[in-house]
Every structure is written in C-alpha cells, then in structure tokens.
Design a protein around this ligand. Sequence first.
Ligand code: TYD
Ligand code: MG
Length: 455
Amino acid sequence: MAKTKTQFSCSACGNVTNKWSGRCDACGEWNSIVEDTPLSTGPSAATLGSSKGRNIVLTDLRTEEAPPPRTHSGMGELDRVLGGGLVQASAILVGGDPGIGKSTLLLQAAAQFAKQGVKTIYVSGEEASAQVRMRAQRLKLTDAPVQLAAETNLRDILTTLEAERPQLAIIDSIQTMWSDNVGSAPGSVSQVRAAAHELTSFAKRKGMAVVLVGHVTKDGQIAGPRVVEHMVDTVLYFEGERGHQFRILRAVKNRFGPADEIGVFEMTGAGLAEVLNPSALFLSDRGEPTPGSVVFAGIEGTRPVLIELQALVAPSPHSQPRRTVVGWDGGRLAMILAVLEARCGIPFTGLDVYLNVAGGMKINEPAADLAVAAALLSAREDAAIPADTVVFGEISLSGALRAVGQTENRLKEAQKLGFTTAIAPKGGKSPATSGMKLNRVGDLTSFVGDVFGAG
Ligand code: TYD
Ligand code: MG
C-alpha cells in the first residue's frame, strides 16, 4: 500500500504545495495554508507501471442521445436558471452570503419538486429539524412530502441515500458535512472537497440530482477550494443587497444550459416570491425625471431587463475625491471618467462621484458604459435625461461607441414598459422594431453634444 504523504493546501484558492508557508504562492493570501490529506485512494502513479488497464471504448461525435430529461419545479424563475428544469444525475452548487435566503429558496424548491412526485430529501447540517419545520410552517409548506434530516455525518447520509434512493437530495450546507475518511475538521478544505466529491460521484452513479449549498466568504468566493465549482455541473449564486427585498439567482456555470441566466425573486414575509417582470420592479420607484438617473436597457442571460442607474456628483471636501460604486465595476467607472476627461474635455477633478444600480442589482455588461456616462454627465450638468428614454452602448478608450448585441430585444422590452426613445451606438444590425425612436450616436463627443447641448 502506498504511503500517504502529507501535503498542504491553500484554503483560499486550493493551491497544493509540499511545504507549509505563511503566505500562499499562488494567490498571495496570508495564513491560509493548512495541512491536507490527499483525496485519492486509487492507484498512485508508481503502481500504474506494473498493472495493465483495460481498453477504453472510443466513439465518434455523432449522437443519437436525446436531450437529458428535465423535471420542472413549477417555480419558473428557478427552472429558467437551471436551463429549463432539473436534470437527473446532476450536481448543483448554490452559493451566497449567509442570511440571503439559500435555505428558504431550497426548502421552497424541495417542496415544489416533492409535490410534483419527485422523491426529495433535505439534509440540514446547520439547523435542527425543528427549526427547518418552523420555516416550513412559515412558508406554508408543511404538507409537501419532503423527507427531512438534520445530520452532518457523510457516511450516514450516503447510507441513507443509498437505502432511500431519492431523485433529489439537498445538502445544506457542504461546509458542515464531515467525512470520517478525512482527518481534518469540518469546513476545512479537504473535508469540503471530500464531501463534495463523495456526494457528486454518488449522484452520478445513482442517477440522483444533488444540490449543495455553499457559503461565500467576505470577498465573494465559495469558501473552500474552487475545485468544488469544477466538480459540479451547475454553479448558481444567490445574490442581493441586505436592505433590499430583491434576490437574484444567477447561473455562473451550467453544463446543461446558458450561463449568466438570472431568476429574480422577492423576499416576503412568507418566503420568496417569483418576480415575473423584473424590469417593472427595478423601475417601480421612478417618479419625475431627476438629474443623474438613467434607465439602462440591459440583457441578463437570455432576457432583457431595464435597470435604473443613479449618479451623484458633488464638490469634494477631500484632497482625494471619492469614487463609490454599488452594483457595478469600480475599475470600469474610473475608465469612463478618464475617457470623459481625455476625449470630451469634461473633468471630474475635485468632484466626488457616487454611482448606484437601483434595486440591489449587479451589472456586468459593458453595454452599460454609455448609460453610466449619461448618468454621470446628467448629474454633473444637473440636467435630467427625459423619462421616456433608455440608453445602452459600449464605450471604447478612444471615445468611440461600439454597438452591442441584442438591440432588438432591448428595444422591445423598453417599448413594452412605455419608453419611446433609445440612445444607442451607430453600427450593428438595424433593428426591425418600429414604434421606438432610435437615436444613434457615433462617439461620446457627439453624444454629449446631442444630449446635453454642448461639448
Ligand atoms: P435563510 O434562508 O435562512 O438564509 P441562508 O440559508 O442563505 O443563510 O434566510 C434568512 C433570512 O430570510 C432571514 O433574515 C429571514 C428572512 N426570511 C424572510 O424574510 N421571509 C421568510 O419567509 C423566511 C423563511 C425568511
Ligand atoms: Mg441556511
């Protein structure tokens, strides 16, 4: 039998080394290296030479296989993010900040699946059964035939799953599970990795779908090694701002559907409610046109969403003016401020700049550039953009505007919500949609001239 060699791994990035050090060479994190037991119990490289493997059957790329059968939960927003329903024998990781509503979402999903006749087991490693039952009562789900357990011992859980043969198992959370094969404490890198590996391979072997709940660290990573993300088929993040009731379930990886798809929910006193028309929700508080407020016609995954951007520009009392961004990338804001200064001669020196995406939404699309620039200019000039106008387009460092995809979908959504005008870059395909006035601009300078009257 091969001797087990001690190794070390970084609890932040999962990098494996032979010796301990105070700082991880791979990610630069301090005090994150911990002792680790190698996962593999199979033949090591040394024994490969002496025993002969069997021939693997090779095939071509033609496929007669039907698409994987899917089960619908009845929660449209969840099914959409999963790529059209739950796939058998798949593993899903749901990450999110503590208290954001992961357990609530998964208990509601478990109940929905169970009501459709999917045999569902919910294993809570964080809360006692009584607590989960109390939540079920609050959510009015006590009639759903979900089987519940409060357990953290992986061996017992796997034995039970083997005997019960559910079609869906929910493990809340992966960080609380511990395997007695691994020496280290629950929540450590090797425990999380071993538990995730055992559960996903069990799911694949038995044709069961497994959902793992994962906690997110303060910098937004799923605690424990990134390898868990590689092990599963689908990675979903449940996000939102604490003070807001909106919650967004976002697919960041999906082997069975489009990544970047979002589902929108609202946290109510009786659990999560689906939001079928997110644009109306993100715009609901708008009244009179206000300087600094601009509506961006965005695309999230496969669907258009209108989102309000708000900017505030004020003289700064500090020698280093503030740049504060919520819901967008700070680096990208700096870039747009630099382009406005260098290409259009509009400086923001000595001014504090605040940018906020309304409703707790996070935007990643470069197509928001022009809307951000419009919000900044509108705030700086104290001139409101007309309330019936949406804006989208990417800004390049030269100050030119670049066309973005799905113009037609963006316009349709805007029209549906009562907007009449869109400001968008020149170029790209001409959309067929009539009814919307499309104001096409070639570069940022002409945009400034067109919208604010002067350069
Ligand atoms: P929870 O699902 O326990 O979060 P997580 O599992 O991600 O840690 O959600 C906890 C929060 O949600 C808690 O602050 C209370 C709130 N909540 C509601 O507002 N309404 C509800 O119906 C439920 C069940 C929870
Ligand atoms: Mg929880």
